[in-house]
Write a protein that binds this ligand. Structure first.
Ligand SMILES: CC(=O)N[C@H]1[C@@H](OP(=O)(O)OP(=O)(O)OC[C@H]2O[C@@H](n3ccc(=O)[nH]c3=O)[C@H](O)[C@@H]2O)O[C@H](CO)[C@H](O)[C@@H]1O
Ligand SMILES: [Mn+2]
Length: 394
């Protein structure tokens, strides 16, 4: 009975962290999940009770007084040993995550090799968010707080054994922004996963590329200096595709960010997919006529006024490395054609990025929670600010 109570108690509290992000907790939640899912514990408990009842029945019906006493003592001691072994095994957690998921000794012993994850069943008739679009007309998910369970995603992702790259450019005076960028990445970016930071700079001697995690690497690559900011924006596209091709960037997924961002809350594998773009916080509610696409027909980045889905910001995008290769190569080629025609797109790489995404739709879209700016008035749809852009304190 003691071990049964321990199970209920542990499960009630242990399941709490498994809720979806932003989801409300009900007091009955733990109990329902216990009855719903913990069949192993229940089976073991019922089986043992039957065996104990049969033994007691046998002892009292078929034994003499003298042996009855010994047998009762023996049965009592055996039960105590079993209960203590149960409690000992149940309390053993190999990892912190096992403790949280209840994936503990006794369950492992009876269900070897299983990685249990306990969470509330999704309800097909109840969308997790109703005030925002959570899937595009081309069936790409739009990631908002409350639409995903990071524990499930982490478990699925771990099986792939993939490494995630985070590339950033810090040229000229921008090297000073690297400290905050890397410190907040260490704290909030892809916790528990293999990560390589790729830092591009024209002044490697000034850059301190450090990480507090033993399983993270930080690689610094030297670049040339460029005479204008616009040149830096656009050169990034060229450098990225060349380095992916030459395997200087050697990961499965690549996330590319401006250095004037800081991570403000957890950003995990929910942002990964084939090709991922982030909604510009200034334009996500506006009509397409407000989008600052390139409107000159002479540019490769031209988008007519009656086309375009969303306005994406080019300061935080991600994808499988092959997709990032295709996208950066295509943008670089378009930039070079514009260059030869003496034209620079209105928002540089961002204009070309938006043009590419018009014809190669992103497979996942990140809400502006993933690239917020303090200059914008926040409304209730923005539940968790995860990344802040525009942190220029040079
Ligand atoms: C008004 C304007 O021009 N906006 C551009 C710029 O917005 P932003 O105002 O975000 O530009 P920014 O100054 O952050 O520059 C973009 C990024 O390039 C790098 N960098 C830039 C300059 C420099 O001297 N050293 C350096 O390292 C750095 O990583 C920086 O974060 O960037 C966007 C892409 O993200 C678009 O291209 C925008 O068109
Ligand atoms: Mn920026």
């Amino acid at each position: 009975m003691r071990s049964f109570c321990t199970c209920i108690n542990d499960h009630f509290w242990r399941e709490m962290p498994q809720l979806q992000e932003g989801q409300q907790v009900s007091i009955f939640h733990g109990f329902t999940m216990f009855w719903d899912t913990d069949t192993y514990v229940m089976d073991i408990f019922i089986f043992r009770s039957i065996v104990a009842a049969a033994a007691i029945f046998y002892i009292y019906k078929y034994t003499e007084n003298s042996t009855r006493c010994y047998l009762s003592l023996l049965l009592f001691s055996l039960s105590l040993i079993v209960i203590f072994v149960d409690i000992y095994l149940y309390r053993q957690c190999d990892t912190e995550k096992d403790c949280h998921t209840g994936n503990t000794g006794m369950l492992k012993a009876f269900n070897p090799g299983s990685e249990r994850l306990i969470y509330e069943k999704p309800n097909i008739l109840q969308p997790p968010r109703t005030n925002v679009m959570i899937v595009t007309p081309w069936l790409a998910p739009v990631v908002w707080t409350g639409t995903f369970n990071r524990d499930i995603l982490n478990q699925q992702f771990k099986d792939k054994n993939s490494t995630i790259g985070l590339s950033v450019f810090a040229l000229g005076g921008y090297w000073k922004l690297l400290k905050a960028f890397l410190e907040t990445s260490d704290k909030f970016f892809m916790m528990g996963h293999k990560v390589i930071y790729y830092v591009y700079t024209d002044q490697p001697d000034k850059v301190e590329c450090t990480t507090i995690h033993n399983d993270r690497e930080c690689k610094v690559y030297k670049t040339s200096s460029y005479d204008s900011k616009a040149r830096v924006f656009m050169k990034r596209m060229e450098i990225l595709h060349l380095d992916i091709k030459s395997k200087k960037i050697d990961v499965q997924y690549l996330v590319c960010a401006d250095v004037d961002i800081v991570f403000h809350d957890q950003v995990g594998v929910e942002i990964l997919s084939d090709l991922v773009a982030t909604l510009h916080p200034g334009y996500y509610k506006t009509d397409r006529s407000y989008f600052t696409y390139e409107r000159r027909t002479s540019s490769q980045a031209y988008i007519p006024s009656n086309e375009g889905d969303f306005y994406y910001q080019a300061n935080f995008f991600a994808g499988k490395v092959q997709e990032i290769y295709q996208m950066t190569k295509s943008c670089d080629e378009a930039i070079k054609i514009d260059d030869s025609n003496g034209i620079i797109a209105v928002y540089h790489d961002e204009s070309h990025f938006n043009k590419y995404l018009l014809h190669h739709k992103p497979t996942k879209i990140l809400s502006p929670e993933y690239i917020w700016s303090w200059t914008i008035r926040r409304t209730s749809d923005i539940q968790t600010i995860r990344v802040i852009h525009g942190e220029k304190n040079i």
